[in-house]
Write a protein that binds this ligand. Sequence first.
Ligand code: FAD
Length: 460
Amino acid sequence: MATVNDLVPNLTALLGESAVLTKAEDLVPYGFDGTAAIRTRPGVVVLPTSTAEVAGCVRLAHAAGVPIVTRGSGTGLSGGSVPSPDALVICLVQMDRILEVDTENLTLRAQAGAVTMKIDEAAGRHGLLYPPDPGSMRISTIGGNVAENSGGLRGLKYGVTRDYVMSIEVVLVDGTVARFGSACVKDVAGYSMKDLFIGSEGTLGIITEVLLKLVPRPAARRTMLALYESIEDAAETVSAIIAARIIPCTLEFLDHMTTVCVEDYAKVGLPLDCAAVLLMETDGHPAAVEDEAARMADIARAHRARDVRTARDDAEAASLAAARRNAFSALARRRPTTILEDVTVPRSKLATMVTFIAETARLHNLEVGTFGHMGDGNLHPTFLTDERNAEEMARVHHALDAIVTRTLELGGTITGEHGVGLAKKPWLRQQLGDASFELMRTVKRAMDPGRLLNPGKIFD
Ligand SMILES: Cc1cc2nc3c(=O)[nH]c(=O)nc-3n(C[C@H](O)[C@H](O)[C@H](O)COP(=O)(O)OP(=O)(O)OC[C@H]3O[C@@H](n4cnc5c(N)ncnc54)[C@H](O)[C@@H]3O)c2cc1C
């Protein structure tokens, strides 16, 4: 049986020496992602620059029976790109070109390693918008976003990555290059195979190119901060805004701990003495923005917001959004280990869920900062802990299990955007039920019979 190291001479002939990493010190950064306490050492890492090179690498690994782990920027939060030591890691960050902005069809074509923010900036130069804006967008790749079906701060109004993927180019497990979807706005020719790959976490194929839908950049926007003495009031404001048939582009929540850490990190003038902050943004036609902003402020005050502040200008709005994007990094400075959850509940259950998270943290005597895309019902309770302390880690795991179990009881999901990867495997069957879980495994077996693509992720 060949090992990944046996592939090195052929990989070097294909890609050149500098694109094949084998030294221990070069491999270390590819052994972990953004997920705490999950790390290994890959066998070999390759950095291809074209679809043909990816296909060549896959053909070599497939013929030798060597597992393949696809990697973007490694910002994943469920261990998805953490490799097994016998694996070939195919990292796509060198495939970062934006190939075309089509201003007639409002589309953008890019290689899978293109950084998400660069895609939105390229669209912006033509007065267009690529809406999905994960907190990691300065670093994450579009391939990683498609593989995780990532959401973002604007998800409430604009939806998630899936809503903007028109077609993808994929290298299948045997090295075949295939295209799924098309440049047509409407297309129902056969099963939507494109949708099967979106959110497949590198377990069905390697996405090498994407065609994305763009929308006109909104003419106006208004960003506001609502400050609360109680987290329940903030959660109820979100439910009330949705119930009032207002769909703002952003409704982000930060609890006290997160607000204090973000302010310490970003110095944007967040208040340090309130229990919760809502970052609210509406965009679109100026008249609609004016109207929605006024109604949202009224609803916030009716739910006991202590104060509702409006950003003075675009610069202040951008700095507030950037501060929110830094929530994870800001919390991570507090303790050695940061474990970020990703539960999502129906929006009418938000107040119940945030209260339960706070009570669970108290019960287990743990430090937890909670923030999230509250308008989507998506909460990120973030455990600030130390993986070297076994007793504390046991309490963290009990608390995590309680939060995930309560989420399922409330009709929620174990992951709203970070994927199953390694971190959420224990609960997947419980959420899906046997029939759905087994059908998913059947699809995986049909498309990757040798279990070479990202083995051990999503399923055992
Ligand atoms: C500070 C911070 C904030 C974040 N905020 C958000 C947020 O707001 N919303 C959100 O959804 N997520 C968020 N994330 C999680 C993460 O950034 C996303 O999951 C992102 O899409 C991962 O992109 P990546 O390029 O880093 O992929 P990686 O972490 O390298 O890989 C993620 C998964 O995708 C697979 N994969 C990567 N590229 C490909 C490809 N080309 N083809 C096939 N499979 C591939 C990998 O095998 C792995 O399973 C955040 C992470 C951090 C650290």
